[in-house]
Design a protein around this ligand. Structure first.
Ligand SMILES: Cc1cc2nc3c(=O)[nH]c(=O)nc-3n(C[C@H](O)[C@H](O)[C@H](O)COP(=O)(O)OP(=O)(O)OC[C@H]3O[C@@H](n4cnc5c(N)ncnc54)[C@H](O)[C@@H]3O)c2cc1C
Length: 403
């Protein structure tokens, strides 16, 4: 898709490029090669986020009154595109892009005062305590209990697949505060300090060939954890509404198309690298067809995402459009990742040492092929987290098609 940028947009694009020259250090790029940010150390992630925060570019979706940049949809798109092209890591979404909109809409003035500024400045890392063993898609069946005891809740239970819990300072949790009525009726939303006694975090090691000593997801255990009642967002027992509101932001909080476009351009370069060989994919009709289809899918997604940001900019809720964007964004990204592994063939599986940041090992194969397999395996998660593809289709069938 070709967007017509104004002079001001082009000046903004140059400002981002200049800023990246000074701030996107080789160390930051090396640590974010496999996944956008999930495997970065806490220190490196905070360093990157603080650089953005200093410029006012961390909480880019926030309204101006809370310190957001007040960008137009075109500016938001340009920003994400430049970040993607430069290979910049993402930022932790759990505080700024998920919990913050809930605090802004349903939180107390004290919660806004206490929690929003540290998110804006990237002083802290948050994680999301929604899923439990047996309660993923069927989230309302969650069992972690919070029992009121004076000015505290006593929390017992477990959360699973909790991304970056091992480096997080705070977790926002859905907990059960009543068990009568429909499962959706007895849920509350708590903000819990990860340093509270009784919280244990255990790593879950996944299949993406992650590097020694790093991991992405965890299981979090709560045993008699005392949480002040003032840390409950909104009313008791009615947090299902807040939980769904948050998910709209989780699904559409960051555009997919700029990263997709940039991954697709890398895929095309990989395909072109085969041009002189016996098995030139550039001459293969099936490959030409496949690339053309992906190109069209990405162009379509770009249009939906611009509409999405225009909606947010005019104060509307994301709504079920976020399900459509999540569905297509993640499924097309998986197609691109899978095709990249196919195009690079055996070069997509180099020895593990080559993938260690700063390793003194000569890269083999076309540029960037060392991370293709880990990216492919890591990318399997995209159609599961935030609600699986099947669940998104269910939401769209109901909310958009009225089925
Ligand atoms: C890498 C990763 C990171 C994650 N990070 C977090 C996190 O930080 N915090 C957090 O709270 N959670 C996180 N999750 C959890 C994620 O939200 C759940 O895995 C997801 O909601 C699916 O739940 P489940 O794993 O229990 O699978 P299930 O719900 O058991 O689903 C199993 C299968 O059944 C299908 N299915 C289920 N219900 C339906 C239905 N109604 N219609 C059609 N098909 C259906 C699903 O599509 C899936 O294929 C993460 C997951 C992954 C993989």
């Amino acid at each position: 898709m070709h967007m017509n940028f104004t002079e001001a947009d082009l000046a903004f694009q140059n400002e981002i490029r200049d800023w990246l020259k000074d701030n996107l250090t080789p160390e930051i790029v090396a640590e974010s090669k496999v996944a956008r940010n999930a495997f970065m150390s806490r220190e490196r992630l905070l360093d990157w986020q603080k650089r953005l925060a200093k410029k006012g570019w961390l909480c880019t979706n926030w309204p101006k009154e809370y310190g957001g940049p007040g960008w137009t949809p075109a500016q938001k798109y340009i920003f994400e595109m430049e970040m993607a092209k430069a290979g910049a890591p993402g930022t932790s979404p759990f505080g700024p892009r998920m919990c913050a909109p809930v605090i802004m809409k349903y939180g107390s003035e004290e919660q806004k005062r206490r929690h929003l500024p540290p998110m804006l400045n990237s002083d802290l890392i948050w994680c999301q305590g929604y899923s439990e063993p047996g309660s993923g898609s069927d989230l309302a069946s969650l069992k972690t209990r919070a029992v009121r005891d004076g000015d505290f809740y006593i929390v017992n239970g477990t959360k699973i697949w909790t991304t970056t819990a091992h480096i997080a300072d705070w977790i926002f949790c859905l907990v059960r505060t009543a068990s009568s009525g429909k499962p959706q009726d007895g849920i509350s939303f708590l903000l819990i300090d990860m340093k509270t006694p009784g919280i244990k975090v255990e790593p879950i090691i996944t299949s993406d060939g992650n590097r020694a000593g790093t991991h992405e997801v965890n299981q979090v255990f709560f045993t008699d954890v005392k949480v002040p009642v003032e840390n409950r967002v909104g009313e008791e027992n009615v947090a299902w509404t807040y939980a769904k509101y948050l998910l709209e932001f989780e699904r559409g909080g960051s555009p997919y198309s700029p990263r997709l476009r940039s991954s697709f351009e890398r895929l095309k370069r990989l395909v072109e690298a085969t041009a002189d060989g016996d098995k030139a994919l550039t001459r293969d009709t099936a490959w030409k067809d496949k690339l053309a289809r992906m190109d069209i899918e990405i162009a379509g997604l770009e249009m939906f995402e611009l509409e999405f940001y225009a909606r947010l900019g005019s104060g509307q809720n994301p709504g079920p459009l976020s399900s459509m964007i999540k569905l297509r964004g993640t499924e097309v990204m998986q197609q691109v990742q899978e095709s990249a592994v196919e195009a690079a063939a055996h070069y997509a599986m180099p020895f593990p040492e080559q993938r260690v940041p700063g390793a003194n090992v000569e890269p083999i194969g076309p540029e960037g092929s060392d991370v293709l397999a880990p990216r492919y395996f890591n990318g399997r998660k995209m159609t599961i987290y935030g609600g699986s593809s099947e669940v998104q289709r269910g939401i769209m069938a109901k909310a958009m098609l009225g089925l």
